[in-house]
Write a protein that binds this ligand. Sequence first.
Ligand code: MLT
Length: 237
Amino acid sequence: MKINLFPTWMLVDNDAVHGSTVVVIDVLRATSTIIAGMENGASSIIPVEDIETASRLVGPGDRGGKLLAGEWKGMPIDGFDIFNSPNDFTREKIDGKTVIFTTTNGTRAIVSAAKAEQVIICSLNNLSAVSKAVSENEKLNIICAGNAGRLSSEDLLCAGLLIESLEGKGKRDFPSDAGGIALLLAKEHSGNIEEFIRGTDRGRQLLDLGYESDIVYCSDLDSSSIVPEVKQGKVVV
Ligand code: MLT
């Protein structure tokens, strides 16, 4: 398997992604939040790149069946119904609803894969399920969201664990240095995931903002077995 890793969404090469299978990772917190939402019965989640686009998709008469969700630069968005947190995407709020979702990096990472044949939503929460789903692929692109063009090491760790799980099946042949670095990170930290995430840039910011429960949630390896995919612009399972 040829695995190509884009360390942030800003580094995505559209030609390389075209027609391929892409796994998108934003551990803190967009893809973890999407997986929580799909686990809790959202009928679909529509990732969009900015607040204006999200707001346009929900008319005044839509508010019963549609929810606006997300964050911008870490802060809740005025007039939106739910925040970008897996602990906010509860069954009570989300069951049966269509969720229009925008975040600073994660949803942009998903949108950056728009030309792919298949787009899979991955976090630590569903890592083994995603690994199984892509294990027969000959080629795989992984997009880590990162943070405004900077690396996020929790995303790299998750990518490395995915690559390591595929290596176990004798299927690794990644062409980029980024994939090798992610794998090294995974080999070093697979035994202390939560502790590692608490020490990352984003992890420390979330702890400072009082979101420790999100760190715990997002560090929980394989708590979910669903493999959400983006189909015609909507995340579904
Ligand atoms: C993002 O998309 O930048 C993150 O999901 C931000 C966050 O953790 O709220």
